[in-house]
Design a protein around this ligand. Sequence first.
Ligand code: AMP
Length: 388
Amino acid sequence: MQRESLLNPGSTIGIIGGGQLGRMLAIAARQMDYKTVVLDPDPNCPTSQVADGQIAEAYASRDASRQLARSTDVVTYEFENVDADSVSAAAELKPVHPSPSVLRTAQHRLHEKTALLKAGIPVAPFRNVESLNDLKSAADALGFPMVLKTSTQGYDGKGQVMITRAEDIEHSYELLSKRRTELIVEQFVPFKMEISTICARTADGKTATFPPSENIHRNHILDVSIVPARIDEGVIENARLLAADIAVQLDVVGLISVEMFVTKENEILVNELAPRPHNSGHYTMDGCDTSQFEQLVRVLAGMPIAEPKLHSPTVMVNLLGEVWEDTDGDPDWERALELPGVSLHLYGKSEARVGRKMGHINVVADTVEDALYIATEARDRAWRRSRA
Ligand code: AMP
């Protein structure tokens, strides 16, 4: 079976979504001489700048998805908020990895949490919320604080609100039910650290996990990833086992990125899944012998996957639109790149907006402390904030 699905270099990978993840996937594909075609309505999207071809149509267009499938050998997607029906339309013609059913699960928080619970994966206690009364009884069961979230279309903290007392239940419900999507409420986890682990799984069931990264968010957006995570070796091992377990139980072929909370007692609770490369895995581009993007290309091609090794402590800092806004569109890359171990990755986005992911910096160093210091300093220099 595996040999039948083997795609040699020269074959073409279809990518639904033309953002930075698609771009970095296309670059990794090109390195091994795979071609890429991207489906994205924007003719100048980050991926189209490096892909071999583009179908400039809406993601929700089934015709466009079919056209993508016809012009490629295998299809993947680079974000979850794509129309699952049009992904299924592509799957009727060519292999789509991860499968549309994995996508549907990951698109819907309630389905996702229910699937994890069924698979015996630890998650924070949660309740389905279909009415104000559901939310009130959830408060009795879960206690405060709790986090109310939309089941779909939420990312980077959008579509969620923390409820700390009974008086706020009604208002919070009104706020989110306006969005006309289903709701879920979870117990608040007083975590000591957020980590994430990316697992690759092949069509014939082999898995390999990347070293977990410690993630620090600012305004609900990933700000810094630190690897190795500054946590016990046993927790790191457990995180990798959990991610592999999820990949197997959900029958993922491709990558599954698993966001997790680590509690004071070193217990791990899974927060969220993404069936694609992840921002917290960008460190692998410079810190590991195989990047998350190369690993995905290998899975899509049916090639053997690598057992990724971290060769040096690595820190990634995101470069958001603020860096451009605060420097009149002219960040000081020259001073940032003077520092040792710095790699700059820019996504080719012409318009900088606050909170928009424009690029990232990876720093490899001898110690995590050095990598963290240099990465922060490099970003500050680019931002013209540093006096050092
Ligand atoms: P999410 O959109 O589910 O990834 O949530 C975004 C961020 O909100 C997470 O990275 C956490 O920092 C925080 N968060 C979400 N759910 C919870 C929870 N149940 N307990 C504590 N913090 C949470």
